[in-house]
Design a protein around this ligand. Structure first.
Ligand code: MOS
Length: 736
């Protein structure tokens, strides 16, 4: 086959779904019109720990248009049969116990959304409160290994020896706050039963996980449940999980015998949809007088809820970013009266890289070294955490190209030595790395009589451009123009593909799409070479290739036949192939596989007011083959904006007495807005990786956010001489 991906792959192709999105034709989970649709509205607890003493729904039930009020008092048992594997951390109205703020305690179903919402406000709930503890800082002594990770201690070499041989060391504690995903589209479900079959339209990053979890909750075979997610307004990890709102929507539909729509308000997402947990990280970075690292210690403590396990491990960054013979890392959790935390864009690595790259900046400052120089001095030529070669690593080129574009060599070493009018100017930088993953995925291809193709795979487009890049991959593999390729996703009736997370969709679904095109071409070649009396009859398969909308003799430009003409002779008049594509783990296990990057930030600080503006930002990223520089750069810019929020504005705040989140809306949880965002320049470093997958892609979804907060924190130190070790760096912290 013609495996030369060159016509569309690598080009800044516009989004194939762009028109649907800007015209409003793209449908999201809460936009599917259904006959006889009922509207559900969640009721959430106003305490963070304790019990519901009484719940009176009579006033709500009396409202005209209310169909049902569901609470723990009348909700059926879920799952219907005892199921030891069932995730009971979802809180599906099965008891009167309250484990966290804004726990779902009821659902009101009505003829209109307004009625449901109004009736929900009439529920009379009395609680008996328990004292709460939501303060990580006060409970650090209670830190222990997460359940199921009995021991997270990792060591290489001899830390104490390494420390003893050091000339300088940094011993610092870095704190990152709990953060919300704040995706544009809050979680939403439309659920419709047809007898014992269930169809749900869901805003999820993982249709098959959702299917399996819902099936389990209702004691159904997975095949009875169909999940569709055509479009999704972001997820950032929160929508990898199937939360209680989804299951309660399905329950409401079952109890009322109506199709039901349940969409969370922004505020409701602050209770049952996860968040990045707070971390406290204790680091020791020690070096000789030249700046060569001799010892590293990194302990990460993250907050967790009391009813299930989740840990945010930032310490692994210290095991493999730099070359160092003596390293010890450890991750622990503290259980608090909070809701269940979950993965958020670059879980672990994001807070971890912030701590590590601030520590390196502190070390450079102590040694009076350029921050970039100390990083080059400790560059790791292999992954020392597992003693494996990198599948590819172009971090040096990222440093070089990023620094050049930024003008880094103009930087003055001393803090507070650069000014612009009355502002202090600071330049900071950070490294970035993120694992390059791939999982098994299925794909189906139908090449039709008219020479167009439809390819489907049960993956998701979480806003990143999956529809577009899969179309590019298929078009090039088959020698078709983009207009003749239709790529479909987001339906559990399609061949199974994994969740859209871990920056692996291009590698995973992309390899499946590439693979299924290859299979289709092979099938056509087999058919052609066995025919008699055609131009292909004397050829063998290896001499044929796909190009120019058909199969051609590789060596002879115009000699071949179009798909349209070939398909006429196939008995079915079309070609259908379906297969699964798996990574070659034996081969992959011989390498350590990561995307790399370098961020450079300029800030201007008003020394009197403590106001920080990020005025320039450069990200240089090496992530293997970039399928579409436009959608990829889009992701990098989004990641940088994510990181600017982490550095300067975002923090989930809880009242220590009540345990309740006190900034549960976008008015008080501060996301960066347009005025906060400077010009962001993105460079993709050319890179070839033959190991990771047939396409050579390593993923760009998460790498961009990793290290951004460190680059900004380091720039603020360079501007002001003040080292703030607790994010976000709000002006009060710069004035004290
Ligand atoms: Mo991401 S946290 O893998 O959506």
């Amino acid at each position: 086959m013609n495996s030369k991906l060159e016509k569309n792959v690598g080009k800044a192709v516009d989004r194939v779904d762009g028109r649907l999105k800007v015209t409003g034709l793209a449908k999201y989970a809460a936009e599917y019109p259904k006959d006889n649709l009922a509207h559900a509205f969640l009721v959430q607890s106003t305490i963070s720990s304790g019990k519901i003493k009484s719940i009176d729904s009579s006033r709500a039930e009396a409202v005209t248009g209310v169909i049902a009020v569901i609470t723990y008092k009348n909700a059926p048992k879920l799952p219907p049969k005892n199921n030891a594997n069932f995730d009971d951390s979802l809180h599906l109205l099965q008891s009167n116990e309250i484990f966290h703020d804004r726990q779902n305690i009821g659902v009101v179903v009505a003829e209109t959304l307004e009625t449901a919402r109004y009736a929900a406000s009439l529920l009379q709930v009395e609680y008996s409160k328990k004292a709460v503890d939501v303060d990580l800082a006060k409970n650090l002594s209670k830190a222990k290994y997460a359940e199921g990770k009995k021991n997270s201690l990792k060591t290489r070499g001899d830390f104490q020896n390494g420390l003893a041989s050091a000339d300088v060391k940094i011993e610092s504690t870095y704190v990152t706050p709990a953060e919300m995903h704040s995706m544009m589209e809050p979680h939403a479900t439309t659920a419709e039963w047809d007898g014992n079959n269930l169809h749900i339209w869901e805003s999820t990053q993982a249709i098959f996980n959702t299917r399996n979890k819902v099936a389990k909750a209702f004691g159904l075979a997975a095949a009875k449940v169909r999940v569709s997610t055509e479009f999704l307004g972001g997820g950032f990890g929160s929508k990898l999980e199937c939360w209680s709102g989804t299951i309660l929507a399905v329950l409401a539909a079952k109890m009322t015998q109506r199709p039901v729509r349940l969409a969370l308000t922004r505020e409701q997402t602050y209770g049952n949809t996860g968040n990045r947990p707070q971390t406290v990280q204790n680091l020791i970075y020690a070096a000789d007088k030249k700046g060569k690292l001799t010892a590293i210690k990194h302990e990460c403590i993250s907050e967790n809820c009391r009813f299930t396990d989740f840990s945010e491990d930032g310490s692994t960054v210290s095991t493999h970013l730099y070359s160092c013979p003596n390293v010890v890392t450890e991750s622990k959790v503290v259980a608090l009266d909070i809701s269940k935390p979950i993965w958020m864009r670059a879980p672990g690595d994001c807070p971890g890289m912030y701590a590590v790259e601030c520590a390196m900046d502190e070390l450079a400052h102590t040694l009076k070294m350029d921050p970039l120089e100390i990083r080059l001095l400790n560059y790791s030529e292999k992954d020392e955490s597992c003693d494996l070669p990198w599948s590819s690593k172009s971090l040096k080129q990222c440093y070089e190209q990023g620094a050049k574009l930024f003008g880094w060599n103009e930087r003055k070493l001393e803090p507070s030595s650069m000014k612009y009018h009355n502002k202090l100017v600071g330049w900071g930088m950070s490294s970035a790395m993120h694992g390059a993953y791939r999982m098994e995925a299925g794909a189906k291809l139908v090449l039709k009589e008219d020479g167009s193709v439809t390819i489907s795979s049960g993956t998701q487009d979480i806003g990143t451009g999956t529809y577009t890049i899969m179309t590019q991959i298929a078009a090039d593999a088959l020698g078709l123009p983009l207009e003749k390729v239709r790529f479909e996703l987001g339906d559990t009736n399609m061949p199974e593909a994994p969740l859209s997370g871990g920056s692996m969709t291009a590698a995973t679904a992309g390899s499946a799409v590439h693979g299924i095109c290859h299979n289709a071409i092979e099938k056509l070649k087999e058919f052609l070479v066995q025919e008699k009396g055609t131009i292909f009859s004397d050829a063998n398969k290896g001499e044929l290739c796909a190009r120019n909308e058909g199969i051609y003799l590789a060596s002879q430009e115009g000699k071949g036949e179009s798909y349209v003409s070939i398909l006429k002779r196939l008995p079915e008049k079309q070609l259908l192939v379906e297969a699964k594509f798996s990574p070659d783990s034996k081969q992959l296990d011989k390498y350590s596989k990561y995307s790399f990057g370098a961020h450079f930030a300029e800030v201007m600080v008003d020394a009197e007011l403590g106001i920080v503006r990020v005025t320039r930002f450069v990200s240089a990223i090496s992530a293997g083959k970039i399928i579409n520089p436009k959608t990829a750069a889009n992701q990098i810019k989004g990641g940088v904006i994510f990181g600017i929020g982490m550095a300067l504005t975002e923090a989930l705040l809880r009242d220590e007495k009540t345990g309740r989140t006190i900034n549960a809306d976008l008015g008080e949880y501060h996301l960066p807005v347009h005025a906060d965002i400077p010009n962001i320049e993105v460079v993709f470093v050319d890179e070839k990786d033959d190991v990771v997958n047939p396409l050579g892609v390593k993923g760009v979804g998460e790498i961009a956010v990793i290290g951004v907060a460190a680059a900004i924190a380091n720039a603020i130190f360079h501007a002001t001489g003040k080292r703030v070790r607790e994010l976000p760096i709000t002006l009060d912290k710069l004035l004290t």
